[in-house]
Design a protein around this ligand. Structure first.
Ligand SMILES: Cc1cc2nc3c(=O)[nH]c(=O)nc-3n(C[C@H](O)[C@H](O)[C@H](O)COP(=O)(O)OP(=O)(O)OC[C@H]3O[C@@H](n4cnc5c(N)ncnc54)[C@H](O)[C@@H]3O)c2cc1C
Length: 398
């Protein structure tokens, strides 16, 4: 039997679950599908920016209180270049803190809110297998053989779903694909007295950044990432690279002496946006990583995904009220994103094109003016917007 619904959201990560929660706040029901059963793991740097706090506040100010005990508040970044020169970036106490939290816990926190809502029909452990355009919307088929139709599709499947090709959005360039691995380590020695995210620029065996992010209960998320083509060219197995870097780096080697790894080193890949992303089309809205929500400069993506979820819910409500799901009507979603995070996306595009510059950045962070730049970039959530303001003319092309 085919079930009919007005709005179907596929993917219940931060993008999809936030969209569903905002729809529920607007009094609009929806079906939300995810192949995973929550809590589910997600490979991530696990440092969340101010957009997350602001979006949760808009959803329900009490949600922030519920996060107590689950997250660490972070107001310090440390960058260490390959000559062991350190740049401390402290956020003013008035700035919105970053949140350090395991994604398995944060995403499940959102899902628990989803499960409380009577207007969200949440199909957990349900993978979508087929997606087809039909005259008044979409027909979806799950792996279990269930059929659904909807008028408006909200696509929030993350970065790597093969079904995204069905939406006929422009493809990414192979050279924009990046590989990442993450290991959770316990008992890494530190002299820091507050939760601090540390980024090490490493020269050997390949120029790379190694990021340490404490996530509570004595655990630290340790992550590296590399352009896929570069990894293939240098013939490095990225999973083997992480322990190799720790072993070869003088400071890390000392600090990891008594550390133990929890579980295995896990890997993922993501396309970083080097072209202007498309956010909507005929009958659909793209939310989160499927619309390149990640900022390649800072690595933040969850806050953008949740903010896009808020916008998507607002446009979806309008679309139902006006009985209009055409690409023309839905394009107001693209305009909203461009207005709010357009300059940041532009900066991200520039960065993706020049990521080969990690060795240059490694040298540059010893310079005072670069340190000032990095301080602003990490501490001021509007800095990318301000920085790109003189280039606003370039945005008008899109
Ligand atoms: C290595 C790495 C480090 C990162 N570090 C950070 C960081 O420190 N801070 C930060 O803010 N962001 C970070 N990001 C970005 C962040 O992880 C993403 O921006 C964020 O997860 C986007 O959320 P999403 O809901 O779009 O996608 P996801 O969280 O990936 O959720 C997509 C959901 O869709 C479901 N799904 C997929 N296919 C199907 C299907 N066929 N049927 C049903 N369900 C399906 C999946 O099960 C999943 O639950 C990082 C990303 C990477 C790759």
């Amino acid at each position: 039997m085919t079930k009919n619904t007005d709005i179907c959201i596929v993917g219940a990560g931060p993008a999809g679950s936030t969209t569903a929660l905002f729809l529920s706040k607007h009094g609009v029901s929806c079906t939300l599908i995810d192949r995973a059963v929550f809590p589910r793991d997600k490979i991530c740097g696990e440092s969340l920016d101010g957009y997350v706090i602001h979006t949760l506040k808009r959803l329900d100010p009490d949600l922030l209180k519920k996060l107590d005990g689950l997250v660490l508040e972070n107001r310090r970044y440390t960058l260490v270049n390959s000559n062991s020169e350190r740049v401390e970036v402290d956020f003013p106490s008035t700035a919105t803190p970053r949140l350090l939290v395991r994604r398995i816990d944060f995403d499940n926190f959102l899902i628990q809110e989803v499960k409380k809502s009577e207007s969200i029909n949440f199909l957990e452990g349900t993978a979508l297998k087929e997606l087809n355009r039909i005259p008044n919307g979409w027909e979806l088929q799950t792996e279990k053989g269930e059929r659904l139709t909807c008028k408006l599709l909200i696509w929030a499947v993350g970065a790597n779903s093969p079904l995204t090709t069905k939406l006929r959005i422009p493809k990414h360039r192979p050279k924009d694909e990046f590989l990442f691995v993450r290991g959770y380590y316990r008992n890494i020695a530190t002299t820091e007295t507050t939760p601090t995210v540390e980024i090490f620029f490493v020269k050997k065996p390949v120029p790379i950044c190694c990021c340490l992010c404490p996530v509570g209960n004595g655990l630290t998320n340790v992550e590296i990432g590399i352009n896929k083509l570069k990894a293939q060219k240098s013939q490095h197995n990225i999973r083997a690279l992480l322990p190799e870097i720790i072993e070869q780096h003088p400071e890390l080697k000392q600090r990891f002496k008594c550390a133990t790894i929890e579980g295995s080193i896990k890997g993922t890949s993501i396309m970083l946006p080097s072209a202007w992303p498309q956010f909507s089309g005929d009958g659909f809205l793209l939310v989160g990583d499927t619309a390149s929500s990640i900022n390649p400069v800072t690595g933040y993506g969850v806050g953008h995904a949740m903010t896009q979820g808020r916008f998507a819910a607002e446009i979806a409500v309008q679309s139902l009220l006006n009985e209009n799901t055409t690409a023309d009507f839905l394009r107001q979603y693209d305009r909203e994103i461009k207005k709010t995070m357009g300059r940041e996306i532009m900066l991200g595009r520039v960065f993706t094109t020049v990521t080969g510059l990690i060795p240059v950045l490694d040298k540059l962070i010893a310079l005072k003016w670069i340190q000032k730049f990095m301080r602003h970039l990490l501490a001021d959530s509007n800095f990318a917007e301000k920085l790109m303001r003189p280039f606003a003319w370039a945005l008008k092309r899109y």
